[in-house]
Write a protein that binds this ligand. Sequence first.
Ligand SMILES: Cc1cc2nc3c(=O)[nH]c(=O)nc-3n(C[C@H](O)[C@H](O)[C@H](O)COP(=O)(O)OP(=O)(O)OC[C@H]3O[C@@H](n4cnc5c(N)ncnc54)[C@H](O)[C@@H]3O)c2cc1C
Length: 422
Amino acid sequence: MERINVKAAVIGGGPSGYAAAIGLARKFGGNSTVMLERQAKTGRKLLATGNGRCNISNENVSPEHYHGDENIIGSVIGGFNADALKGFFTSLGVLLRSDSEGRIYPYSNQAVTILDSLRNECARLGVSERCSFLTRSIRRENGRFVITSDDTEVFCEKLIIAAGSKAFPQSGADDSGYGLLKMLGIGYKEIFPALCPISTAEKYRSLKGVRARGKVTLLADGKALKETQGEIQFTDSGISGICVFELSRSVSEFFLKGSIDGVTCKKLQIAADLVSSLSFPELCSYLLTCKELFGAAPAGELLSGALNIQLSRVIAKTCALSEKTCSSLTARDIKQLASAAKRLTFTPSGMGSFSSAQVCAGGVGSDEVFPDSLMSKNHKGLYICGELLDVDGDCGGFNLHFAIASGLKAAASASGGGKSLH
Ligand SMILES: Cc1cc2nc3c(=O)[nH]c(=O)nc-3n(C[C@H](O)[C@H](O)[C@H](O)COP(=O)(O)OP(=O)(O)OC[C@H]3O[C@@H](n4cnc5c(N)ncnc54)[C@H](O)[C@@H]3O)c2cc1C
């Protein structure tokens, strides 16, 4: 059995683990820190982010873009805005740029730039990266932590767990991080998938692959709870796209708890406005013109000048007007079609799936860690960061921002560096 003695160890080689390892090594010096990764390579999920472009942060980072434990959100995000993140990556030699909606990407538009910069800084600082290290046990011995794999024992004074969530198993993610928490007797809030497609009771198979720009509204017992806009993508089991992802956390929460943000509700629906840039009267007037122009064409084609033809047909079908021709449509029919195009309704049929989720909601909360240090309340010298914590962000770079911010915060606390590193 190989024995390694270090000042500090980080379990997990994702963005939060790298940030933690860099923070520790900058403070403790060379050869002080080891990073233990279960998989053969570090950063697999990071490479998949932003469709390979890595949306690393957002100019609009603020606690309002996060969900979960408010104490941890306030402490981590309150002290680390977009400029702080840019400063960290400047220190790694990475150039970033923002798009028109405030999303921040590496200038190269490649996630690998971010991963390489973290890896290179760790190498420069003398952090030892140990891949294929599957933690079998963690115990305390003479005041130190002992982390054991099949063939190695790591002895350290400070331990940071950055093992991420089980979302998106295609990146090799599994629930072993939660296993480590259980091993240590650290409780966590029930996890559920967020930022994922939504399956619906309505299955419009002809719409598979169709996209439309619009607005989606989540209705709880008929009351609008949340509205987002962007590209709606239709799948064979429901709807997807970033604006749909933004509603998925609430949908999963509803199926798990029967409530959303603590408010009980019985029925959930999603209304899609597929022509959101026109008012209802404007759309009716546009359709009246189309009715004359399209004459003998089937009514299912009336909206084809504005929407994908398949979508136009589905809307006519939901109004039971498919059998008619455009010219035979009455004023009432036109209103019905306009209304359906502006409020195509879907009924979510179940919780999202971890396999297509970008993040997990739930995790370790401030009942288990001190929010201002991220240290475990029951294990002095042990810290938790990243997605294992009960914090999940909106789409748009907020989750990676949290991963980096919380990793640096845990490292600053563990190394006694206070705010200077964070
Ligand atoms: C497809 C996809 C796209 C995304 N795009 C974006 C985006 O553009 N912007 C954004 O902000 N967020 C995005 N996210 C979310 C973001 O990737 C995560 O929030 C972030 O990676 C979490 O970082 P982490 O370090 O906490 O965990 P992870 O990145 O999951 O890293 C944890 C690491 O720990 C390792 N590990 C787990 N258990 C153990 C163990 N027992 N022992 C040792 N190692 C272990 C894992 O193998 C992994 O390498 C995306 C997610 C997905 C799935």
